[in-house]
Write a new protein. Structure first.
Length: 338
């Protein structure tokens, strides 16, 4: 009896998780996924990838990736980008794939402030294998048995494709940044049941941060002393999708080239229910040649438990063409360290 109840909970959790978008702990290192207005915000060409393995200790884990490239056209005040997102859940082999084109337009505000307006159009594909999963409707709790698979009502095609739109706005200067984004403007239908509609809810997010310079130091490179950049940054990302909302908030310390960060994911609860998810530790490197690498680990503090879930591993890599021949004067956006 107990194992069937646990199985039912797992099925319900799977449905809940994939009614929402995949989240990245290093949201600042996945700029195009965070907000389409970030396309071109670095004012140079850059390419990047993100990878996340969530709950590796469970038999049913969640894996997600994102890859992107963007470029800024100075004479057009415009940025363009391409992003590819994917995720897989091993319980039903549920896979989500998306490819999107991004465009942003930049306005200059004041001496060193910029405002970006962004739009993304995407084509998505969702696929699942129902033969290996047990639905909640198959569980007879009273008798403790699993009923035969309910084939009636399931569409024959295990793949669903759809078009989607995302939009965003972003402001930044040398010290602060703030953005708003809305994903899934079209609210595409995700249901595998005939004559049923299960939309992918719109996701609303607000994100921002501030950077403070610290007293500079010197790095001994065996030939001379080089001035070392030192900063401390604070940032947040609040998102809401359907009935679910969450807040990521934390700080990062940059001692060139080393980056150390500590983040908290959760939200104060006003109904008495716990809403703590994870503490996140980050270590990374930001190199002068344009390469930025980060690794983070989620320490689960929710009722799921650290030993049960195994937390989450996440890796981000990005390369910015700081010496690109067609734009020698390009400067790195102050928004993110990596």
């Amino acid at each position: 009896m107990r194992k069937y109840c646990l199985l039912l909970l797992l099925c319900l959790n799977t449905v809940i998780l994939f009614a929402q978008d995949i989240q990245y702990s290093q949201f600042y290192a996945a700029p195009m996924y965070l907000n389409p207005a970030f396309a071109g915000s670095a004012e140079m060409t850059r390419v990047g990838v993100n990878f996340r393995n969530q709950w590796p200790s469970l038999d049913r884990s969640f894996v997600a990736y994102s890859a992107y490239v963007d470029h800024f056209f100075e004479n057009k005040n415009s940025g363009i980008g391409l992003i590819i997102n994917g995720s897989q859940e091993t319980l039903s082999n549920l896979q989500n794939h998306e490819i999107g084109l991004l465009y942003s337009y930049r306005l200059k505000l004041g001496e060193n402030g910029y405002l970006h307006f962004g739009l993304q159009g995407s084509y998505g594909l969702r696929a699942a294998a129902f033969d290996e999963i047990i639905l909640g409707t198959q569980l007879d709790i009273d008798r403790g048995v699993v009923l035969p698979s309910p084939s009636n009502g399931l569409i024959d095609d295990r793949q669903i494709d759809f078009f989607d739109l995302h939009s965003g706005i972003l402001y930044y200067n040398d010290k602060i940044w703030f953005g708003l984004a809305t994903h899934h403007l079209t609210q595409p239908n995700m249901s595998y049941l005939m004559n049923e509609r299960d939309v992918l809810f719109r996701k609303y997010s607000a994100h921002g941060g501030v950077k403070f310079p610290l007293r500079p130091g010197f790095i001994n490179d065996y030939f001379n002393n080089t001035l070392q950049d030192r900063t401390i940054s604070f940032a947040f990302n609040y998102k809401r999708q359907g009935i679910f909302d969450q807040l990521d908030i934390g700080t990062e310390l940059f001692f060139e080239p080393l980056v150390l960060g500590l983040w908290y994911r959760g939200l104060p609860s006003f109904n008495g229910l716990p809403n703590n998810d994870a503490l996140i530790g980050v270590v990374g490197f930001s190199l002068d040649n344009g390469m930025d690498i980060g690794y983070s680990y989620d320490f689960t503090i929710s009722s799921l438990g650290f030993r049960n879930s195994g937390g989450a591993h996440e890796v981000s890599m990005r390369y910015s063409f700081v010496d690109q021949l067609w734009n020698r004067g390009a400067r790195k956006s102050p928004t993110f360290r990596y």
